[in-house]
Design a protein around this ligand. Structure first.
Ligand SMILES: NC(=O)c1ccc[n+]([C@@H]2O[C@H](COP(=O)([O-])OP(=O)(O)OC[C@H]3O[C@@H](n4cnc5c(N)ncnc54)[C@H](OP(=O)(O)O)[C@@H]3O)[C@@H](O)[C@H]2O)c1
Length: 248
C-alpha cells in the first residue's frame, strides 16, 4: 500500500494538541484511523485529547513537550518511530498570539511569539526532515494564520511570525523535490482559547466578544488538514485559507 494514499494507518504528530485546532485535528484524524503522537506542555489535557482520539477509533500516545525546546521535538519524532515505526506527517500547529500596539514595545511578547511560532516550527522541521528523507516520503503541515495575509493593528509581530512560516513553507516546497509534501493552513478567527493569551484586558474582552460572535468551530480547520492529507501521493495541497464568512 502507498501510505500516502489514505489517512488510515498514517502516523501523524501534532504539536499544540492539548486544545483548540490541534485537538480537533487529532480527533478528526483519529476518526479516520490515523496513529497520533500528541505534543504540548499540559500533560493532563493531552491525555484527555488522546482519550477522545481513541474513542473516535484512532490510536494516540502523548509526549509532553515545549516547542521552544529542540530536544523535545526530537523526543516527539522518536516516540512516533518507536511506537509506530515511522512518521508520515508533522502538523506544526502550536502557536501563541499576543496583541498589542508596537508603541508599547512588548519585547518579551515579541520574543515569545518568535520562539513558539517560528523557532518552534523550525525545530519541528529539524526533527522531522531527516526522517522524511530517510523514508523518502513525508508531509509537513504548518498552521499559519490569515493575520499574515491581512495585517491588523495590534497583531503586527504575530503576523510577521506567521508570514515567516509561510515563507518557510514555500521555500521548503521549492527545495523538497517530489518526495515531500508541504501544506500551509491559514485559519481566520477560530473559537479556541487563543484569545485568552492576550495580555491587555480590554483588548482580550473585545477579541472574546468577536470570537463568540463569528469564530469557526476548530473542526473546520481540522477538515482542511484532512483534505490535504487524504490526497494521493503526487498531489501537494500547498495553501488552504479558511475564514468565517463574517470575517473581513
Ligand atoms: N484561534 C484562532 O483564531 C487562530 C487563527 C489563526 C491561526 N491560529 C493558529 O492556530 C494554532 C493553534 O491555535 P488555537 O487557536 O488552537 O489556540 P489554543 O487553543 O490556545 O491552542 C494552542 C496550542 O498550542 C500549544 N502551545 C502553546 N505554546 C506552546 C509551547 N511553547 N510548546 C508546546 N505547545 C504550545 C498549547 O498547548 P499547551 O499550552 O498545553 O502547551 C495549545 O495546545 C496556532 O498556531 C495559532 O497561531 C489560530
Amino acid at each position: 500500500m502507498d501510505t500516502q494514499d489514505t489517512i488510515t494507518g498514517r502516523v501523524v504528530a501534532v504539536t499544540g494538541a492539548s486544545g483548540g485546532i490541534g485537538a480537533a485535528t487529532a480527533v478528526e484524524l483519529g476518526a479516520r484511523g490515523a496513529h497520533l503522537v500528541l505534543g504540548a506542555r499540559r500533560a493532563d489535557r493531552l491525555e484527555a485529547v488522546a482519550d477522545r482520539v481513541r474513542a473516535a477509533g484512532g490510536t494516540a500516545v502523548t509526549v509532553p513537550m515545549d516547542v521552544r525546546d529542540r530536544a523535545d521535538h526530537t523526543a516527539l519524532v522518536d516516540r512516533a518511530r518507536a511506537e509506530f515505526g515511522r512518521l508520515d506527517v508533522l502538523v506544526a500547529n502550536a502557536g501563541v498570539g499576543r496583541v498589542r500596539p508596537l508603541d508599547e514595545l512588548p519585547v518579551e511578547e515579541w520574543d515569545e511569539m518568535i520562539d513558539v511560532n517560528l523557532r518552534g516550527v523550525l525545530y519541528g522541521l529539524a526533527a522531522a526532515l531527516p526522517v522524511f528523507r530517510a523514508q523518502q516520503a513525508g508531509h509537513l503541515v504548518v498552521v499559519a494564520s490569515t493575520s499574515g495575509l491581512r495585517v491588523v493593528p495590534g497583531q503586527v509581530v504575530y503576523a510577521a511570525t506567521k508570514n515567516a512560516v509561510r515563507t518557510l513553507c514555500e521555500g521548503l516546497r521549492q527545495e523538497a523535490g517530489p518526495a515531500l509534501r508541504v501544506t500551509e493552513v491559514s485559519p481566520g478567527f477560530v473559537a479556541t482559547d487563543f484569545v485568552e493569551g492576550i495580555g491587555d484586558e480590554r483588548l482580550r474582552a473585545d477579541y472574546r466578544a468577536q470570537r463568540d460572535e463569528i469564530a469557526l468551530d476548530p473542526a473546520a480547520i481540522a477538515r482542511a488538514v484532512v483534505f490535504a492529507l487524504e490526497q494521493p501521493a503526487g498531489v501537494d495541497v500547498n495553501q488552504v485559507v479558511v475564514r468565517p464568512t463574517a470575517q473581513g
